[in-house]
Design a protein around this ligand. Structure first.
Ligand code: EPZ
Length: 430
């Protein structure tokens, strides 16, 4: 790698002056975890698709760059839509260079396998919390009739043909459910996925596949039935709102004793968090596509257990831990989905959090006042948790590794400024 001597890079930081009460309206963008599945799905169709309500986040740009490398014509429109013409797509390879920044690149395996019966995709990169295996994905592909090898970090899949089958997942894996759904959409015959994950972004991907001409039934339940078709055509589709972005702003409102309306949401998707915030003493008012969170800042301690949907989402676990630091008493949070999603806790402790971690359990003692400090995001949602803590801390908090946050949050500083936060993005010379 030719690093020029003496040329220093630019790093970005978020600088927050805390203790501002948040109030006003924040508009939620399209769901990151839906769009990173829908974009690969679009290349299964021979034709043009238009994907609307696209969040402008790094993961989307990384994926679109990859699609351009394999011959897809991609064009962003001014009203945050993406036009993908995949008629000319003629490659089924995604190198490490093009996929290393985004874990969800593994959806290219199911999409390439579906359309080309072949796939060569580098193993996923992405956030660094715990091991992130793909054995259930590969098990599903094998059950559909594909063989694979893993050489030099690249998964090579090949199938004479894909034949529908009956797959029982060992755990309700979001990625495996979606990846198998993609490949099975163009298999011969019917595939049943049991113990399927039920997250909103799985339903969104299934709805998009059906717009392309696939036949997917039961998404959102733990049994999904896919009847394979020979060809898929382009379609227009609007991505659902981002459940995790919405939850992040709801928790920030609770943390600062604020009064915030999150707009463009599906209230049902927020149920597990809304229930917890009410338990902690917040008032929650639901509209058709909005949720208002009113907090006195006086928060009761509680217990939180992360689970697959419709349980409490693991992707709101770091943000919730930050909130529990401000509760009047001791809370217990158990991470049941990932085996090591507490790496950010040391950063929260630098802000004054009193937290002890034993395996998958974090014991959080509420403190009177968090204090500003210099911290670094260890991954996407950890970064969001540090922003939330910084908003309540006394004094100034600077957050490094903002690139992690930009992977999943569109214009985070602008959205927080619009509801009263004193937050800005600064460039530093590294
Ligand atoms: C998706 O990851 C999300 N990412 C994650 O969000 C989210 O935390 C996770 O689902 C759980 O909701 C995207 O959608 C791009 P899993 P995924 O397969 O699909 C184990 C964010 O912040 N497992 O549901 O990789 C795994 O180790 C990101 O937006 C296997 O053992 O998660 C974990 O313990 C972070 N073998 C559990 O299942 C497999 O083959 C759940 O993983 C697959 C998973």
């Amino acid at each position: 790698m030719n690093v020029k001597k003496g040329v220093r890079g630019h790093m970005e930081q978020l600088v927050i002056t805390g203790q501002k009460t948040l109030s006003g309206e924040v508009f939620i963008s399209g769901a990151k975890n839906a769009v990173v599945a829908v974009i690969p799905a679009a290349i299964m169709a021979k034709g043009k698709s238009v994907i609307e309500n696209l969040p402008s986040i790094e993961d989307v740009t990384s994926l679109v760059d990859t699609l351009k490398n394999i011959g897809a014509k991609c064009e962003f429109t001014k009203d945050n839509a993406l036009i993908i013409d995949s008629s000319e797509v003629n490659k089924y390879c995604a190198t490490y260079e093009s996929v290393k920044k985004i874990r969800a690149s593994y959806y290219l395996m199911g999409a390439f396998l579906g359309r080309f019966k072949r796939a060569e995709v580098a193993m996923p990169g992405g956030c660094n919390f715990g091991t992130r295996p793909i054995d259930q994905h590969l098990r599903g592909f094998k059950a559909l009739g594909a063989d694979y090898t893993i050489q030099h970090g690249v998964v090579k899949l090949f199938a004479e043909k894909l034949v529908g089958c009956h797959i029982y997942l060992d755990m309700p894996s979001v990625g495996a459910t979606i990846n198998i759904m993609l490949a099975a959409s163009m298999a011969e015959g019917t595939t049943i996925i049991e113990n399927a994950a039920k997250e909103p972004h799985i339903v969104d991907t299934a709805n998009f596949l059906n717009m392309l001409g696939a036949k997917v039934k039961g998404a959102g339940t733990d049994v999904i039935k896919i009847t394979g078709v020979d060809e898929l055509h382009g379609a227009e589709y609007m991505i659902i709102p981002d459940q995790i972005e919405a939850g992040t702003y709801m928790i920030a409102a609770a943390m600062t004793g604020g009064d915030v309306v999150v707009k463009n949401v599906i209230p049902k998707h927020m149920d597990p968090l809304s229930a917890k915030l009410q338990e902690m003493g917040c008032m929650i008012y639901e509209g058709d596509d909005s949720i208002r969170v009113v907090s006195t800042g006086n928060l009761n301690p509680t217990t939180v257990k992360t689970m697959a949907y419709p349980g409490f989402p693991t992707d709101l676990q770091p943000q919730m831990t930050a909130l529990l630091c401000a509760a009047n008493g001791t809370s217990i949070l158990t991470e049941n989905v990932w085996d090591n999603r507490f790496q950010y806790i040391n950063e929260l402790k630098r802000l004054g959090g009193h937290i002890t971690v034993e395996g998958r359990v974090a014991v959080v003692e509420g403190v009177k006042q968090l204090m500003g400090a210099e911290v670094n995001a260890t991954d996407l949602r950890a970064g969001a948790a540090l922003v939330i803590a910084g908003l309540a801390a006394k004094g100034v908090t600077t957050i490094g590794n903002v690139k992690y946050i930009d992977r999943g949050y569109e214009k985070i500083e602008h959205k927080f400024q619009a509801i009263g936060a004193d937050i800005r993005r600064v460039k530093t010379i590294s």
